[in-house]
Ligand binder design. Structure first.
Ligand SMILES: C[S@@+](CC[C@H](N)C(=O)[O-])C[C@H]1O[C@@H](n2cnc3c(N)ncnc32)[C@H](O)[C@@H]1O
Length: 356
């Protein structure tokens, strides 16, 4: 069934209203959804390009951080086209698993990577190793909240005259509790991802020893709920164009929200894990030695060097992915911080964990 029909049916079955989080779940991840159908494969031919899709520079630089933990297996969550796995397997001799929620994307990853990776059907009960999630957290469903003079409202979705509409109800339960802790000027609209926090908690609870790296666009809480960001962070991507109407093409385009990294850090700590580092993507990649990786390219040959330099520009420039994208490291049993025996390479300078 198409995502749109499925959403309409569910709205009717639930008395005319569903939460935006449920709408996003159906539009992206349920049968017929954007990722579930395989339409959401990133790349030049898709709707958006991720860091691993730009070329191998991102993966080769990230590999230098992972090389600090030889022997630890890697579990990649949401591997998209499999580009990052392919690059990392070219750099590291490591056991590599993937957990991918989209059956269509999993088949493409299997075709591309063959027996070099093992696909898991669910999170392992216990994990000793590294977990990687690049641009996965932003696809996890969010609730949409409106802070108004009359109180905290949840913005959900109704369907009238053949169109989806926003409809507000008073926020209740855990969502209300979470929303009233956030101090914003009214009126104000934004998102809260209870599911992203639950996801991080589940990852950390299963992590016996090792490191989780979450790479995505987003902010620490004070910036996320900044007075000037009063209309939230929801964004849709269709054929490399961004827009802000999540009702335009459910199932046929990406719907995302920026990541509240403070919420992820809090969830990790609640599960007994430690925050090991938080930095902009640019700072993380520079710390990992992206300039040395660049230097290994043939700088004499412009035909070779120009595309690699263009990747570096995209990954590092504050106007592109350098500042908006962040890297959060959490872990258990891994030394971190100044003076520790083995600080994480990627956070050796410019660590902003204090801002979380
Ligand atoms: C925006 S794409 C990013 C793909 C890839 N990591 C990259 O950087 O190119 C999001 C990916 O995460 C998958 N995904 C979404 N939610 C997930 C979850 N909770 N667990 C595992 N994979 C998930 C999607 O099916 C898709 O493969």
């Amino acid at each position: 069934m198409l995502a749109r029909e499925r959403i309409v049916r569910e709205i009717h079955e639930h008395g005319g209203w569903i939460s935006f989080a449920r709408y996003m779940e159906l539009a992206l991840h349920a049968n017929g959804g954007y990722y579930a159908s395989g339409a959401g494969e990133p790349g030049a031919a898709g709707d958006f390009v991720t860091a691993p899709e730009l070329g191998r520079l991102f993966g080769r630089t990230l590999a230098r951080q992972l090389a600090q933990f030889p022997g630890l297996p890697i579990l990649e969550l949401g591997a998209g086209s499999g580009a990052l796995a392919e690059t990392l397997l070219g750099e590291l001799d490591v056991e590599y698993s993937i957990l991918e929620t989209s059956a269509a994307l999993r088949s493409r990853q299997e075709a591309r990577l063959g027996r070099k990776v093992k696909h898991l059907d669910r999170l392992p009960e216990r994990w000793r190793g590294i977990v990687l999630a690049n641009e996965v957290a932003d696809a996890i469903p969010v609730h949409v909240i409106a802070w108004r003079a009359e109180g905290v409202m949840e913005r959900g979705v109704s369907f009238q005259n053949q169109e989806f509409h926003w409809q507000e109800r008073p926020a209740t339960g855990g969502l209300h509790e979470e929303a009233i802790r956030i101090r914003v000027p009214v009126p104000y609209e934004s998102e809260i991802s209870l599911a992203a926090s639950a996801w991080m908690r589940a990852l950390c609870e299963r992590l016996e020893h090792g490191l989780i790296l979450v790479i995505d666009y987003g902010f620490p809480r004070a910036e996320y709920y900044h007075p000037q960001r009063s209309t939230g962070t929801l964004m849709c991507h269709h054929r490399h164009q961004a827009h802000a109407d999540p009702f335009a093409r459910p199932g046929d385009e990406d719907i995302t929200a920026h990541v509240d990294f403070s919420a992820l850090a809090a969830a990790a700590r609640a599960a007994g894990a430690e925050v090991l580092g938080f930095a902009t993507q640019a700072q993380f990649l520079v710390n990992c030695g992206i300039t040395e990786v660049l230097g290994q390219a043939n700088v004499e040959n412009a035909l070779v060097y120009a595309p690699i330099a263009a990747q570096a520009q995209k990954l590092l420039s504050p106007a592109e992915m350098g500042e908006l994208f962040k890297v959060l490291a959490v872990g258990r049993g891994i030394a971190a911080g100044r003076g520790a025996s083995a600080p994480l390479l990627g956070f050796s300078r410019g660590d902003r964990s204090h801002a979380l």
